[in-house]
Design a protein. Structure first.
Lengths: 116, 108
């Protein structure tokens, strides 16, 4: 099966700084998504990364805080901007290989982010 | 949007079948049921999905009731490595909405 790699796997950052998380897939995918998992909670969808156009954000998430790029069919980045301790979470990338909505998403192992 | 209801936790003895229930009484006719699990410190792992027929793969079986209002995920021979949080999801507008899931503890 295809491999979904996220970098970095974890990081500790200072408040007020920004961090860019990369998601690389070893084959072309149709859909890419970004999720957040706050400590002790379930996953929340941040946005759908659209190739060649602006990402589609869910309620409560904005582009200025979480800019997303998707330059091609195998790669996407999520930036967490102007970080505060409340941004300490696991950030996960997921992909779907088919454009057919009944096909499952598959997840990377996430980026564990702590802000001091 | 179809919401799902799962028990917060379950126990299962190693080697026995684990049967995890899920209620999705508002599911519509063309909506699939998906099951994922999350083992501590890892990303969610896809297990299985189905529409109305029972499904089986190398990981599990999915039994969907005839009225489609509930389903059961069956791990036929649970091992300690199956200890995880299991999520039953009916996607809304092509999006996975994760609830709190069922925390399955497999004990020796």
């Amino acid at each position: 099966s295809a491999v979904i790699s996220q970098k970095p796997s974890r990081d500790i950052c200072q408040r007020g700084t920004s961090l860019t998380i990369q998601c690389q897939v070893d084959s072309q995918v149709t859909m890419m998504f970004w999720y957040r998992q706050q400590p002790g909670q379930s996953l929340t969808l941040i946005a759908t990364a659209n190739q060649g156009s602006e990402a589609t954000y869910e309620s409560g998430f904005v582009i200025d805080k979480f800019p997303i790029s998707r330059p091609n069919l195998t790669f996407s980045t999520l930036t967490v901007s102007n970080m505060s301790p409340e941004d300490s979470s696991i950030y996960l990338c997921s992909v779907r290989w088919s454009g057919t909505s009944n096909q499952p998403q598959h997840f990377g192992d996430g980026t564990r982010l702590s802000i001091l | 949007d179809a919401k799902t209801t799962q028990p917060p936790s379950m126990d299962c003895a190693e080697g026995r079948a684990a049967n995890l229930p899920c209620n999705h009484s508002t599911i519509s006719g063309n909506e699939y049921v998906y099951w994922y699990r999350q083992i501590h410190s890892q990303g969610p792992q896809y297990i299985i999905h189905g529409l109305k027929n029972n499904e089986t793969n190398e990981m599990a079986s999915l039994i969907i009731t005839e009225d489609r209002k509930s389903s059961t995920l069956i791990l036929p021979h649970a091992t300690l490595r199956d200890t995880a949080v299991y999520y039953c999801i009916v996607p809304y507008a092509d999006k996975l909405i994760f609830g709190t899931g069922t925390r399955l503890q497999v004990f020796p």
